[in-house]
Structures are given as structure tokens and as C-alpha cells.
Design a protein around this ligand. Structure first.
Ligand code: DC
Length: 218
């Protein structure tokens, strides 16, 4: 079963790149960040703080979270509702970084992710795919870019969706999330030793995709 791991920090462009790669290779794309975002939304709905280990542990085992595909596009379904858009706002971004530091949450999400990878040729993008979720993946990539480039990409992304957010605020959030994600005790954001590093600061999405395809097709 073809399994590709694609990790990297917030705003590195990994979801976009993984989506295109999945289409070109005709395999499934699982955006694992969307799953942690859905967990944060579930906590928000229940009025439970994302760092409340006890409160979150009480519901996470039975979370009604499903990933579906419509025309190749991932849909994140929470309690039967399509929350694919709702999980994309800034508040949920910060909360997902918090909730993803809880062991009970990671245990549950990793279990779900491994089931998908076992049953489908796929590319998973996230923070710990190459290190924890799929240590035996056929290919591992770690893509990154400077915080400034990532903040500007996020700003343009949000603007595209009609949300005007200040560059400095986004840069601060990117730095805070980087710190959170790479300093948490379990499964911190880290390049796997056998992952290929690609700095995308000066590359277009197409150039990153081509680089990765060249390696896979070698
Ligand atoms: O990739 P993203 O920004 O949608 O991810 C949202 C949060 O989820 C991010 O702050 C870190 C966390 N995450 C994680 O801990 N492990 C993953 N495999 C994917 C995301």
C-alpha cells in the first residue's frame, strides 16, 4: 500500500501540495490537521476548554467524527454536520494547537489515521506523520518556509475568503503555533530523520509538487 508522509509547520503549504499530489497520483489525501480542528470545535460546542485534559478525555473516545470524500475533496463531518468550513477560522486554529497537545486526543486521532492509511494508497499531511503515525511510510517529506512567508500566505488565503487580518497578528500566531507544536511533550512537530526537507520559501506550489513527483517517480 503506497503511503506518503508530508509534515511541516503551519502555513508551509503542505495541505495544498498534498491535495495536488493526491490528484496526480490518484491516491487519497488525508489532511490530519482538519481532524484536530474538528476536535477543537467539538470541545467548543460542549463548552470544554481545549487544555482541560479531563473534560476532553471524557468525550474524545466517542467523538462522532467522520472523514468523507466528495469528488476527491475531503469533507470533515462532526456529529453528522459538515464542518469543513467552520474549522478554518482563526479561533479554531489556535484551539486546535492546544487540544492536539493532549495524549488522549492524539491517541484517538492517530488510531483513526492509521486505519485510513492501512486501507488506502494515500498521502497524509500533518506534524507527526513521518515520525509517529506512519514511521514506515514509503516516502517522507518535510516542507517548511520562513514564518514571514507563511504569515503572508495565510493573509492572502484569508483575504481570498473575505477575511481581512493584519500581517503582524498572523505572524505572531504562526510563531506561537510553531512554538506550541514543536515544544509539546508528545509527538512534537519534528522532521523525521529519513524525511526529505524542502524549503518552499522561494518556490511556487507547482515547483514543490514537481520536486516531490520527481523523487517519487525516480
Ligand atoms: O495543519 P493545521 O494547521 O490544520 O493543524 C491544526 C493544528 O493541529 C496544528 O496547530 C497542530 C495540530 N496537528 C497536529 O498536532 N498533528 C497533526 N498531524 C496535524 C495537526
Amino acid at each position: 500500500m503506497l503511503n506518503i508522509a508530508l509534515d511541516g509547520p503551519s502555513g508551509s503549504g503542505k495541505s495544498t501540495v498534498a491535495g495536488i499530489l493526491a490528484e496526480r497520483l490518484d491516491i487519497l489525501h488525508l489532511d490530519t490537521g482538519a481532524m484536530y480542528r474538528a476536535c477543537a470545535l467539538a470541545a467548543l460546542k460542549k463548552n470544554i476548554k481545549c487544555l482541560d485534559e479531563e473534560g476532553v478525555s471524557a468525550f474524545i473516545g466517542d467523538i462522532d467524527l467522520q472523514i468523507r470524500y466528495e469528488n476527491g475533496e475531503q469533507k470533515t463531518i462532526l456529529d453528522g454536520e459538515d464542518v469543513s468550513q467552520k474549522i478554518r477560522n482563526n479561533e479554531v486554529s489556535m484551539m486546535s494547537s492546544d487540544i492536539s497537545s493532549l495524549p488522549s486526543v492524539r491517541r484517538k486521532m492517530v488510531e483513526m489515521q492509521r486505519i485510513v492509511a492501512k486501507n488506502n494508497p494515500c498521502i497524509l499531511d500533518g506534524r507527526d506523520i513521518g515520525t509517529v503515525v506512519l514511521p514506515d511510510a514509503n516516502y517522507k517529506f518535510y516542507i517548511t518556509a520562513t514564518p514571514e512567508v507563511r504569515a503572508e500566505r495565510r493573509r492572502l488565503d484569508l483575504l481570498d475568503k473575505g477575511q481581512k487580518v493584519d500581517f503582524d497578528i498572523l505572524l505572531e500566531e504562526i510563531n506561537r503555533r510553531d512554538y506550541n507544536d514543536s515544544h509539546r511533550k508528545i509527538s512534537p512537530l519534528k522532521q523525521a530523520e529519513d524525511a526529505i526537507l524542502i524549503d518552499t520559501s522561494d518556490l511556487s506550489v507547482e515547483e514543490v509538487v514537481d520536486k516531490i513527483l520527481a523523487i517519487i517517480n525516480k
